[in-house]
Design a protein around this ligand. Structure first.
Ligand code: AMP
Ligand code: ZN
Ligand code: FE
Ligand code: FE
Length: 285
């Protein structure tokens, strides 16, 4: 069984439409794929309709969180997408992305980059707008050679010259909200240090006590040392360990199924969830 529990579509900052993503996942030989767009469930309907036979879709989202000034991502699986409190929080974060991205465009203009909001809007194409869309705009304008370079330099990275914060949820609140909506939480890429400051272990300990279900260990942004350390921590705290590609289509170099999750861990996630069931593919459209 090949299980990839973290992917993005055009509903946020991936480059494949949800239907395309499901077809590619089937063609890549995956058995299970989770759709985890940033702060939105808007890709679900199209993904569900297009999931091919032999592939099972796990509905999810990647929630933008911040604790003690450190931004982090919380994966949430199989929650009820209609549950009002979690829905309201997702909308708050997603909607705040628009003025924030507009503010970042203004900052880039001040830095002499002729990017426009119309350009970013076209690239985001209705998806939950984020820095990767701005990064693509910078690539189009020839300011940087690649999306990654827009983060590696002093442009869009946390604290960079064109960076602005957005509203982000307290992760303890996220855990509570997701649980109330019947979902399961997994702290995404907790040791991705190239993205900026990471959350200290002491806070992961507190999250585990607050009901966090697992941590993502096998991820492209974790080196072998980080994975070994996180595996040890998970064991100590009784947390589930996942692995996933964090696929973004052509916006990142990773491929579908590059890292995968153990079938037993997947089974446990499904057992714990009460908000939604995995959706077996029916042949697609
Ligand atoms: P946003 O949610 O708009 O703040 O953008 C966050 C997204 O930007 C993440 O999900 C990543 O896809 C991307 N990102 C953040 N930091 C980096 C980095 N250092 N290198 C490449 N991509 C990054
Ligand atoms: Zn992303
Ligand atoms: Fe993430
Ligand atoms: Fe992601």
């Amino acid at each position: 069984m090949r299980i990839d529990l973290h992917t993005h579509s055009t509903a946020s900052d991936g480059t494949d439409r949800p239907a395309e993503l499901m077809r590619k996942a089937g063609a890549a030989g995956l058995d299970v794929i989770a759709l985890t767009d940033h702060d939105t469930t808007r890709g679900y309907a199209e993904a569900i309709a297009a999931t091919p036979e032999g592939l099972t879709l796990v509905t999810g989202a990647e929630l933008s969180c911040r604790v003690d000034g450190v931004s982090m991502h919380m994966l949430a699986y199989l929650f009820d997408p209609e549950e009002p409190a979690l829905l309201a929080e997702r909308e708050l974060v997603r909607d705040d992305r628009v003025p924030r991205a507009q503010g970042m465009v203004a900052k880039l203009n001040e830095l002499g980059v002729p990017v426009t909001w119309e350009q970013v809007e076209r690239i985001a194409a209705g998806g939950s707008v984020g820095r990767p869309h701005l990064a693509s705009a910078l690539v189009e304008l020839g300011v940087v050679p690649t999306v990654d370079a827009a983060f590696a330099g002093d442009w869009l990275a946390d604290g960079g010259r064109a960076y602005l914060e957005k509203h982000e949820t307290d992760p303890f609140e996220a855990i509570r909200l997701v649980k109330s909506a019947g979902g399961v939480t997994v702290f995404a890429h907790p040791a991705a240090s190239k993205r900026g400051r990471t959350v200290p272990e002491s806070v992961i300990v507190e999250m585990a006590a607050a009901g966090l279900d697992g941590i993502e260990v096998d991820h492209m942004d974790h080196d072998l040392d980080a994975r070994a350390r996180l595996r040890g921590l998970a064991k100590e705290l009784g947390l589930l360990v996942t692995g996933s590609s964090d696929y973004h289509g052509s916006r990142k170099t990773c491929v579908l199924g590059e890292y995968t999750t153990d079938p037993e861990v997947y089974g446990e996630i499904v057992r714990r969830a009460t908000g939604a069931f995995p959706v077996p593919g029916t042949g697609g459209v």
